[in-house]
Every structure is written in structure tokens, then in C-alpha cells.
Design a protein around this ligand. Sequence first.
Ligand SMILES: *Cc1c(COP(=O)(O)O)cnc(C)c1O
Length: 467
Amino acid sequence: MNKEQLLREIPSIDRLLQREETQNIIKKSSLELVTHLLRMIINDYRNRVLNQNDSKIIPLSEQQVIMMLKKKIRQFIEMNLKQVINGTGTVLHTNLGRAVFSEEMKEEFWKILSNYSNLEMDLTTGKRGSRYSHLVEKIKFLTGAEDALVVNNNAAAVLLALSSIAKGKEVIVSRGELVEIGGAFRIPDVMEQSGAVLVDVGTTNKTHLWDYKDRIREETGALLKVHTSNYKIVGFTKEVSLEELVDLSKEKGLPVIEDLGSGVLINLEDYGLTHEPTVQESVKAGADIITFSGDKLLGGPQAGIIIGKKLWIDKMKKNPLTRAFRVDKMTVSALEIILSYYLQEESITEKILSLAMLTASYDTLVKKAKCLKSVIEEQCKNSIVVTTRKDYSQVGGGSLPLEKLKTEVVVIDFQNTAISTVEKLLRQAQIPIIPRVYKNTLILDPRTINERDFEYIATTLKNIIID
Ligand SMILES: *Cc1c(COP(=O)(O)O)cnc(C)c1O
């Protein structure tokens, strides 16, 4: 059939709407939605006919349209954002939502969301309060900073800090620190947006204190230090420490801004990980302003936390960008709960789920892997080969890129089924399972998998094998 004939054969929307099956679907949803989806289906088909020189395209029957409509309406009504099982072992997986919360938080968090709250009311005076007030004292206590402010994310925090402190002025930053973070966050672009002028000094691998010193002049507004959290320059390198920069800035009467990236509040060394500069260390070193993320190593909701000297924070509060970047009550509540866990020291690594996952001991992971293996074997019998072996998981979220967290993974060899097919079917399961794939085997890292999902994983694998 030629294109003209195919196009002429397309069923009319009016006729489709009159069909009994369509009427039944409308009763369960709405005429508007059904019409919208029918138009979508017909437009897709029309475009396919027009754009393809495929003689295999067959005429579209009313029955086919109804079938597609039923599928589309199911997809449309069910939530598109859904729970997935993270089998990759990458704890702060940016594509899978970074930090996750513990069950523990549920009650408190939901109470705030399903009721009115004192978000912006001072209960002592009855007057208008600040949404930041719920967080400021806790952040000050935990970090040792003079004052604090919280915005939408760390990218916004850096932009707000630069715009408030150095708009129209020059900001000096080391060439080795002009980082790009995923999602188009690049220091030079953020700088440009803020209205500050980037002055990069030194070279990619080496920057000396005199590089900064030589470039300071009348037009200089601040010195910026960026924690290169997602890569490492190794070998013949030289970086100026925050302490040295602070000394220089004091001498010259300039503020130092530090973009700390991840922003960890606990000493990771205590848990057998590599030392990551803590927020408290930066405060002690004397940085005027420090910014960091809420949903990286801190383990909380997406947020940008800004701490530092009151003088600068006050300036930021007056910047209209603060209103544009403000956090909503979901963030304020989740962040306050997470911060309160940091105040209850012994339970930090239990209640903050991403820290629990990061610091899980190898012994625990071996036990978990063995358990997952036997649950899978139980259900799948002898149709696949399941083993466990030592491997490494990653921190993720652009944090500690070189850190190799020892883990025990479950390795599944499907023998007769192509691994790409298995991977796709797992991804499209009712609760999608995201594994790692290595050399034609499927790898599940128990570090990021909850034990309560083991049975579901096994059943899903079984169904894939049978199909
Ligand atoms: C992650 C990161 C950012 C961006 O933080 P978001 O909270 O994702 O906006 C900025 N700077 C550095 C150094 C980072 O590591």
C-alpha cells in the first residue's frame, strides 16, 4: 500500500470514541485524556508513515488503536517515577536518586507534609519566622560556623555565593580546580552567570601560592577554592591548601569561598574509608564561605548548604536569588531530621542509610551475598549458575572517585540467555532491578540492596528464565 492509501485508512477519532470499548475506558478515566491519547497514537502512526520508506507498514485498524490505547492509559496513570532496586553497589547513584532515607524518618517527615507546620512562624512571638531557622542552629552546632543558609542545591549555593560576594569583580581560582560536575555544572559557566569574572591561575597540575598572590589587584573580589571531588590529579602536582589561601586572603582583606562538593560531617577514616576533608575542617581553616550538597555524603535531601561568616550570609539573604533558590518544606523537614541524627552520635550509621551502606563491613556483605545467592538458587533451581566473589563498590555522586569499597557480589551466569536481554527485562520489571553487567554475567552488589527485596529479585529472575 502506498503512503496516501495508508493515511486515508487511518481510523477517525470520532468513530473510535463511539466504540463501546472506548466508552468503557472513558468511564474509568476521562473523555479529555482518552482523546489526548488517541491523538497521540494516530499522530505517531502518521509520522511513521510519512517519515519511513518502509513498505512493511500496514494499515492501522480500529482494533489496534484500542489495544494501544489500553496500554497507553495504563502507563499514563501509573506513576512514572518509581522505586527501583539498585544492584550496582554505587551508594550515591545520581541517576537513581543519590542518598536514600531510612524507614525511621517516615513518621516525622509525613507528619510535617500532611499537616500545617510552623514553617514560617515563630511560635514564641506568633510573628512571621524564617524557614531557615529550623536548620540554622543545628548546622551551626555541627559545623562550628557562625551562620548558615540553605538553598535548592550546591550549584545554586555556589552561584548565590559568587553573585552576592563578587558580582562585577574578579575571582581567582586555580586552573586545576575548574571542574565540571555532571549535569552541565561547570565552574567557569557558573562564574559567568554570577556576574563575577573568572581569573584562573597556575596550570592543570601545579598551582603555587604566588600564582594567586601575583594576580590579586584592585578588581579582585574573592578567592575561590573548589574541592575536586570527582577526580584526582596525581603525579607531579602542587595545590595550595585552604589554610594558605586563608592566610593570603587575610593579608589582602579578601574573602575565601570554598565549594566543598560533597560535604561530609563525620571522619570517614574512622570507618575504614579514605579521609575526605570534613566541613568542620574547612570552618576551622577559616574559609569565609563554604558550600556543599545535602544529598551526597551528608545523606540527606537535595539541598545546597551555605555556611560561614555572618557578614556574608546576611549579604546573601538580601540577594533576590535566595528567594528564587529557596527550599520547600519537604527539604527543610528531611534535612532537619537528618541533622538531628548527626546529633545522636552513636546511631549515625544506622539511621543515615547511605552512611550505613558506605560503612557496611565486608563480613556483613559476605553474609548478605550468601543469603541472596541461596534465595536465588532456591527459586531458580539449576537453570542458572550463581556464585559469589570479592569485588568493589563505588561511593558515587562524584565523591571519593578512587575509593574502592570491598564488597562481595553475587554473580549470575545465564548460559543460554543473552545478558543484554536479561538486563533489559530486569530494567522493565514491575519494580525495576538495575544490575551491573560484566563479561556476559550479571552482577548484584548486596551493599545497596535491601534484604526485604531478595525474594522479589529471585522471583523476577525465575520469571525471566521461564519466559
Ligand atoms: C556535586 C558538586 C556540585 C554540585 O552540587 P549539587 O548539589 O549536585 O548541585 C558542585 N561542586 C562540586 C565540587 C561538587 O562535587
